[in-house]
Design a protein around this ligand. Structure first.
Ligand code: AQP
Length: 346
């Protein structure tokens, strides 16, 4: 296990959306196709982080395995030995590392996290979990336990990645060590994932807001789930909120709805956004443009869902269990070294 590591996770609080797919899964697949000989891939479900906000716990175990299937359906090849697919809670060293990190994290530092502010906005204090508050700490432990270099995430996770770098550098400096590998900085992560800037797919109905799996119930027509009926998803795109400007422009501020659809299109047809802009910019027929996007969404879902249904569950379970077996060992050894430098072990 001496290769540099690319790490990626999707929580199992609910069914992933097209936003998760474009922001997180597509980059991982591209990186696999480009770099499978060069890097180790840690793909996992942060199941402990999946109930930082309330969920139906009866679904948690099955959702966790199910969400790992979304990687495989997208093209992750489980036959590679350097691709690890696992569940966060099956690596117990992780939780201890997170508790250790809590004591090197400032309360003010966590209070500034925008995801916490967004997710707790308007809620009674008593109903907001401390787990949501400390989410970035567990995420940092997920990354630093294995020494991952690249974490292809959507733009919403930028601040958490920066925190991960900060805590790694803080502990390294404090104990005069280089034990914690500092992941690359945000701009390098974005470039490595093949983007020019971080991606945030927006709700089709409220294009000022992120498309988010936990918002599905409040915003069903703005959210495309990866298990949506392809025809339903087609309709959601056709009824997406746009604007009254009447000319297609890539302009996230003045035309967020149109810009969002352009981003979706570029990613589904795997073309640079510049190419989509060249084709559509200046055109006035929104309906024709929406039809082009809706067609691609429908085709994508049809193919993707076919692949999802064809996954051999017992092969996948074998892969998950062997990955967890190997990683538990690596993680325990790393935790021991950290326990030593902070004085918990001789
Ligand atoms: N709308 C999005 N655009 C681009 N990337 C996105 N991601 C999520 N939504 C978008 C990326 O998906 C990965 C997995 O995210 P997660 O499930 O661990 O948590 P999240 O970021 O909180 O995702 P959601 O869908 O918004 O979940 P809920 O609603 O449950 O909180 C991350 O890489 C994320 O950037």
């Amino acid at each position: 296990m001496s290769q540099e590591i690319i790490l990626n996770g999707i929580r199992s609080n609910d069914t992933p959306t097209l936003g998760n797919y474009i922001g997180s899964i597509i980059p991982v697949i591209k990186l696999q196709n480009q770099y499978v000989d060069k890097y180790q891939f840690n793909l996992f479900i942060p199941d402990i982080l999946s109930f930082t906000t309330p969920i139906n716990h009866q679904d948690l175990y099955l959702n966790t395995v199910q969400n790992l299937k979304y990687y495989v359906a997208a093209g992750i090849d489980i036959n590679y030995d350097n691709i690890f697919i696992y569940r966060q809670s099956y690596i117990p060293a992780l939780s201890e590392l997170a508790v250790i990190f809590c004591n090197f994290t400032g309360f003010g530092e966590m209070s500034r996290m925008t995801q916490f502010k967004d997710k707790s906005l308007g809620k009674e204090k008593e109903s907001i979990s401390v787990g949501l508050f400390t989410y970035p700490i567990l995420m940092a432990a997920d990354i630093l336990l294995y020494g991952a270099s690249y974490i292809p995430v959507g733009e919403d996770q930028k601040q958490h990645l920066e925190f991960t770098r900060d805590i790694a550098m803080r502990i390294n400096n404090r104990f005069n060590t280089d034990l914690l590998k500092v992941p690359h900085e945000w701009q390098d992560q974005v470039k490595f994932a093949g983007h020019q800037s971080g991606l945030r797919i927006k709700s089709l109905k409220n294009p000022d807001k992120k498309m988010s799996k936990s918002n599905f119930k409040d915003d069903p027509n703005g959210t495309i789930l990866l298990i949506d009926e392809p025809d339903e998803a087609y309709k959601k795109v056709m009824t997406a909120t746009t604007d009254s400007i009447g000319v297609i422009n890539y302009n996230p501020v003045n035309q967020p709805g149109i810009t969002n659809l352009m981003n979706i299109l570029a990613n589904l047809v795997d073309e640079p956004i510049e190419k989509v802009i060249t084709i559509w910019q200046g055109q006035k027929n929104y309906s024709k443009f929406k039809t082009a996007v809706a067609d691609e969404v429908r085709i994508f879902l049809e193919n993707y869902q076919k692949a999802l249904n064809n996954i051999d569950e017992s092969d996948l379970m074998r892969k998950i269990e062997s990955s967890e077996y190997l990683l538990r060992d690596v993680a325990t050894q790393k935790l021991y070294k950290i326990q030593q430098i902070i004085g918990l072990r001789p």
